[in-house]
Design a protein around this ligand. Structure first.
Ligand code: FAD
Length: 408
């Protein structure tokens, strides 16, 4: 009898998994459930090119796969189909429309959602967050009429939107509660460089600035109040991080702690239930085996490949080098590894020229590399980290030293 694999969530992880199963000649019947109305799409462009474009082709370019792909690959994609409950003993899902579905293997690929700030004035019109295509369409429409945009949060998504809006001629202010932008993810030199570049473009970046309330008039947001003053706004984007969509798993009794807990095979605490992508928390070798949740395309896709191998009877465990990118105008920021526990940083190249990398070390071990407009160095760094090779700090600091030579 053919197996029935059900995947909850048709984002990057869910679609990659369905495709990887078919690529491995898996003859299982595959059901892919999405609570969104749109065909599965790429999320990264939503904070970048998509909100600046007004052509119908922009939406076509977003598709992860063509509509025909799903039927050709015998993937039963069901849109607008929310899973509301899971019974892991009966191996049964209940759908929001009241129907149910049984599975042999279940994969939770439910992703994450944007964190909202529970502050006074939060209910005013014009305060948006960005996670879905539907929200991006709304943002794009409102951006067209906006004069003053305030972005709450100097993380990747907030900064990408800020740069895109500024290029459209909007007045843009970024409010960041920490002492520097992207503080949790990149080296201080990288934050400083990108802050300077964005300010040169006319983006106001207020650091150490904590939002206290949203102010409004006739139900519409007009300003953002912080501990250092009020900032006028006719549109506000809150880019304050994401929360894992783990409630379905939690309610089913599956172990969760800031995400669905999985082992190295991406198995949850329930048998025949895996989880992948932004909703997952797992131990990571690149973070000294700390348990963490990563939000990246690479993570979702690599975890999907691991689970596809598992389901098709192959031994596999998840151990991929984490990497991520963020396009902010002419700045291409690429990161590999995890800088948790860093004890030293080495800068390679000249930040003044806008092309450099920062190598993070834990003692003498290379643990992460942030690159600005240095795609080749990023690729080499991925290889070095995967192979566990650390250039010494003198080699790292010397742009004339060929990092490739260490790879043999
Ligand atoms: P998602 O892509 O979020 O997919 C999960 C899907 O499951 C969603 O469609 C959700 O609605 C659905 N779902 C949830 N619960 C249920 C349910 N009960 N029933 C049915 N369906 C359900 N990453 C990068 O590496 N580089 C970037 O430049 C980058 N830019 C980004 C820009 C934006 C604006 C955003 C929002 C994210 C960006 N990311 C980027 C992060 C990246 O998009 C995510 O890491 C990736 O989408 C994770 O894939 P996923 O499959 O885990 O989750």
């Amino acid at each position: 009898m053919t197996k029935h694999v059900v995947i909850v969530g048709a984002g990057h992880g869910g679609v990659s998994l369905a495709a990887a199963l078919r690529a491995q000649d898996c003859d299982a019947s595959i059901t892919l459930l999405s609570d969104e109305a749109d065909l599965p799409y790429h999320r990264p462009p939503l904070s970048k090119a998509f909100i600046a474009s007004d052509t119908p082709e922009a939406e076509k370019k977003l598709l992860l796969e063509s509509e025909d792909f799903y039927s050709e690959k015998r993937i039963d994609l069901r849109l607008g189909c929310r899973v509301s409950a899971l019974d892991t003993n009966a191996r049964r899902l209940t759908l929001a429309d009241g129907n149910s579905l049984t599975y042999d293997e279940l994969v939770l690929a439910t992703g994450a959602r944007a964190r909202r700030l529970p502050l006074p004035g939060n209910e005013l019109d014009g305060i948006l967050a960005l996670r879905t295509l539907a929200e991006a369409r709304d943002l794009r429409r409102r951006l067209a009429d906006c004069q003053a945009l305030v972005v709450v949060g100097g993380g990747f998504i907030g900064l990408e939107i800020a740069v895109t809006a500024r290029a459209l001629g909007k007045q843009v202010t970024v409010l960041e509660t920490a002492a520097r932008i992207m503080e949790r993810s990149v080296a201080p030199e990288v934050s400083a460089h990108i802050t300077r570049k964005h300010r040169e473009k006319g983006i106001v970046i207020e650091l150490n600035s904590t939002v206290q309330a949203f102010l409004g008039d006739h139900g519409q947001v007009t300003a953002v109040r912080t501990d250092s003053g009020d900032f006028p706004a006719d549109l506000v984007i809150v880019g304050a991080g994401a929360l894992p969509n783990s409630e379905l798993a939690e309610a089913a009794g599956i172990a969760c702690a800031n995400g669905i807990l999985v082992d190295a095979q991406l198995r949850t605490s329930a048998t025949h239930v895996y989880a992948i992508g932004d909703c997952v928390a797992c131990e990571n070798r690149y973070a000294g085996n700390a348990r963490l949740r990563l939000e990246s395309i690479q993570n979702a896709n690599d975890q999907a490949r691991t689970v596809a191998l598992q389901i098709t009877g192959n031994q596999a465990h998840f151990d991929a080098v984490p990497w991520f990118w963020s396009d902010q105008g002419e700045i291409k920021l690429q990161m590999v590894g995890l800088s948790i526990g860093r004890t030293a940083c080495v800068t390679r190249g000249n930040p003044e020229l806008g092309r450099f990398s920062v190598l993070h070390y834990r003692d003498d071990t290379l643990i992460a590399v942030d690159s600005i407009n240095q795609p080749l160095e990023h690729i080499l760094s991925r290889k070095l980290l995967a192979a566990g090779i650390s250039p010494d700090r003198q080699q790292a600091a010397d742009p004339a030293f060929d990092l490739k030579s260490l790879l043999g």
